[in-house]
Design a protein around this ligand. Structure first.
Ligand SMILES: [Zn+2]
Length: 351
């Protein structure tokens, strides 16, 4: 029995020397240490031995098993180390290869225009005022002097949302103008006897329930402006907006004001800039007129001032509104407003 155990150990260690792969190692483990291996059989056969032989044989069998297990662990470690060394050899990093460029995002062209508008008006002392996208009918229309049957109030022009009442439904704002009322009322609430002047721009998203075409979208941005104080005149309006046009387009651009009509201003005017494509000569972009319309404006209507809490006998103001999409389209000669929402990288990566 003891001789047999010696030869089991010798045989096991000899074949382990030749094991060179993970699979061979597993096979060796089954053959030499598994349930049916010679050493395990030796344990089973102990019972057949005489009482005085049994302890020595049991001890010897155990020593063989421990020796084989120890050798297996060593061999396993050696194989692993060999693999690591091999992979370091074959998978070298070529440090001279150029790095992979991480794709960088960029600002949407309309966002760029918005930021530029904000920067220019900030230099002129206008602060940014933000207000909610969901408005009540009262703020979106009534307080801004929209007559009850004004076409803009028709169902097809507004996205109504749940939660309002029949008399005062909730809707997605159709323009940023409701912010004018919020801003004026806040200034009056701070100091009712002597409200501070207001000089703000109101940038934000607007929504209209319209057919989507190359020229109109159902959501778009607007930048509104409002100045309220004592002795503010139409001359201030013209000066501020002409200065804006010179800073935004070019220092020599000419502007002109044409009479227009908006419910919340009186008098009202649209401002044109000289066509920067043809320099005023006439071209397809300006439809041969030499001028491009860029914004609407006017003196704040007395009713709107009153609704904001300012006495129109004492205070006056001007307001204006422009569309960053339109300005961006004019500047880069983009012919279809739908590109802005299409998320086509070929379009977006040009800016
Ligand atoms: Zn032109």
């Amino acid at each position: 029995m003891l001789d047999e155990l010696k030869s089991i150990e010798k045989d096991g260690l000899a074949t382990l020397e030749k094991v060179a792969s993970e699979a061979d190692l597993q096979a060796w483990r089954t053959k030499h240490l598994g349930r049916n291996s010679a050493v395990m059989q030796a344990f089973k056969n102990l019972g057949a031995l005489g009482k005085d032989e049994r302890p020595a044989a049991g001890q010897a069998a155990n020593q063989v098993k421990v020796a084989l297990e120890g050798a297996l662990a060593k061999r396993e470690t050696a194989l692993k180390a060999g693999r690591v060394a091999q992979s370091l050899e074959t998978e070298q990093v070529d440090v001279t290869l150029p790095g992979r460029r991480v794709p960088l995002g960029r600002l949407h062209p309309v966002t760029q225009t918005m930021r530029e508008i904000r920067r220019i008006f900030a230099e002129m002392g206008f602060q940014v005022y933000r207000s909610r996208d969901v408005e009540t009918d009262v703020y979106n229309f009534q307080l801004l002097n929209f007559p009850p049957n004004h076409p803009a109030r028709e169902m097809q022009d507004s996205f109504y949302v749940e939660g309002g009442s029949d008399e005062n439904p909730l809707l997605l704002r159709t323009h940023t103008s409701p912010g004018q009322i919020h801003a004026m009322r806040e200034a009056v609430a701070r100091d009712p006897d002597n409200p501070s002047p207001v000089r703000i721009i109101l940038p934000g998203m607007c929504y209209r329930y319209e057919q989507i075409t190359a020229r109109s979208e159902i959501q778009f941005t607007q930048v509104e402006g409002l100045a309220v104080g004592k002795r503010i005149t139409f001359g201030d309006l013209k000066g501020t907006l002409s200065d804006f046009a010179r800073r935004f387009f070019n220092p020599d651009v000419r502007t002109r004001f044409r009479a227009s009509h908006f419910p919340f201003t009186e008098p009202s005017a649209e401002m044109d800039v000289e066509c920067f494509v043809c320099g005023g000569e006439g071209c397809p972009v300006c439809k041969q007129t030499g001028w491009l319309e860029i914004l609407g404006s006017g003196m704040v209507h007395p009713n709107v001032l009153r609704n904001g809490g300012y006495d129109p006998e004492v205070y006056s103001g001007f307001a204006f509104g422009m569309g960053p999409e339109r300005l961006t389209m004019l500047r880069y000669r983009i012919e279809d407003i739908r590109y802005f929402w299409r998320n086509d990288l070929r379009f977006l990566e040009q800016f």
